[in-house]
Design a protein around this ligand. Structure first.
Ligand code: S3P
Length: 172
């Protein structure tokens, strides 16, 4: 079975950049969940949060996990909050190798400092505090994923190589 590679991890850990590299390298389909959700909703994630609320976004995210985990051969970059529903991780693990990308709060702040499309960090004028708080809350959920790669001070290409090595060790 051509298991999926499923990248999870907090915002700014490089899931999309690493996913792109892996898809190119392995000649596989790349699915960026946030982009699919935006395309289907016809508006950006920040507008989905603002107009419809976070629960509506989570429901769309859940439905997409169910759809994607029924297929194989994909490289999937998830949104940072996908781990909030444990069923998402269970479903993805059936047909894929789930790898958690990690980074220190300072690295995350550096990477997202100039972004304005992450609604969970927009509401708080103190982005560093928002990151620390959300990370602390989600830490056990990310730590429950057995495979992880640290991304601090590393390029997306280096991280992709390590993800690939983990995948090759698990895929069969
Ligand atoms: C979220 C992360 C975002 C996006 C949404 C919610 C989260 O994705 O799905 O804003 O709850 O951490 P990225 O991790 O790609 O920024």
């Amino acid at each position: 079975m051509d298991k999926n590679i499923v990248l999870v991890g907090f915002m700014g850990t490089g899931k999309s950049a690493v996913g792109h590299i892996l898809a190119h390298k392995l000649n596989r389909e790349f699915v960026d969940m946030d982009i699919v959700i935006e395309a289907r909703a016809g508006k950006p994630i920040s507008a989905i949060f603002a107009d419809d609320g976070e629960p509506a976004f989570r429901a769309q995210e859940r439905a997409l996990v169910q759809e994607l985990s029924a297929r194989t051969g994909q490289i999937i970059a998830t949104g940072g909050g996908v781990v909030l529903n444990p069923d998402n991780v269970t479903d993805f693990s059936r047909t894929g190798v789930v790898v958690c990308l990690r980074a220190q709060p300072e690295t995350i702040l550096d990477r997202v400092a100039h972004d304005s499309h992450r609604p969970l960090l927009e509401s708080d004028p103190d982005k560093a505090a928002a990151i620390r708080e959300l990370l602390a809350h989600r830490k056990p959920l990310y730590e429950a994923i057995p495979l992880h790669v640290d991304t601090d001070h590393r390029t997306a290409r280096e991280v992709a190589e390590e993800v690939l090595a983990l995948y090759l060790g698990q895929a069969n």
